[in-house]
Write a protein that binds this ligand. Structure first.
Ligand SMILES: CC(C)(COP(=O)(O)OP(=O)(O)OC[C@H]1O[C@@H](n2cnc3c(N)ncnc32)[C@H](O)[C@@H]1OP(=O)(O)O)[C@@H](O)C(=O)NCCC(=O)NCCS
Length: 168
């Protein structure tokens, strides 16, 4: 149960990842075993939602990416410069511990990722996600993500549509 506001902070060595259980084995294994190495190599950044007792309730990862203009709808592509691709931010993984499911945390982490990407000094056209299954695809559509016409499991939100006013 979420009974007090959670904090979203960069993952740090002191955080206990061992008990995290989203019910998705690949997402849990990545978080327990691989993520710190990826952070050290600067191929991903990871943010965690912490309870007042410092329990990890959810996490997401962000990294640089790009979108091919040819993969966007004609309506979206015609509003962009005629480069082969435009910069983007990829939310590679998103998971909420099963204990904290269905209480708005997944949506709050998505909002946090969008705001973080939109307020970055490094420009990016969109936040991109890869839905791992149909349920994840529905979750992202529910939150206003748009599917790429030819790859419906890849979805994005243009960052110009996000209010980038700092959260604090
Ligand atoms: C997907 C996941 C992150 C959602 O987290 P959550 O905290 O349970 O979701 P929330 O409580 O924030 O749900 C927010 C909203 O999304 C909706 N929603 C949640 N799952 C949904 C789904 N599969 N389809 C449509 N809408 C969905 C909720 O109804 C809620 O709507 P509301 O704000 O209008 O009330 C979580 O279930 C999870 O970790 N799943 C396993 C890993 C995974 O699938 N990750 C997705 C990345 S590929």
């Amino acid at each position: 149960m979420i009974d007090a506001p959670l904090r979203v902070v960069p993952l740090a060595g002191a955080h206990d990842r061992g008990a995290f259980d989203s019910g998705s084995e690949p997402l849990d294994r990545y978080f327990r075993i691989q993520v710190t190495q990826d952070i050290r190599r600067r191929v991903t950044a990871c943010f965690v939602a912490l309870t007042a007792e410092e329990q990890i309730a959810g996490y997401y990862t962000l990294a640089s990416a790009s979108v091919q203009l040819a993969d966007l709808s004609a309506a979206k592509a015609k509003k962009l410069p005629r480069y082969p691709s435009v910069p983007a931010v990829r939310m590679g993984r998103l998971a909420v511990d099963q204990v904290f499911r269905g209480q708005g945390l997944g949506g709050a982490l998505l909002a946090d990722a969008l705001t973080r990407a939109a307020r970055s000094e490094i420009a990016a056209y969109a936040l991109l996600v890869e839905a791992k299954d149909r349920a994840a695809e529905c979750f992202y559509c529910h939150h206003g993500f748009i599917a790429l016409p030819e790859s419906p499991m890849t979805l994005f939100v243009p960052l110009a549509t996000i209010d980038s006013t700092p959260l604090v």
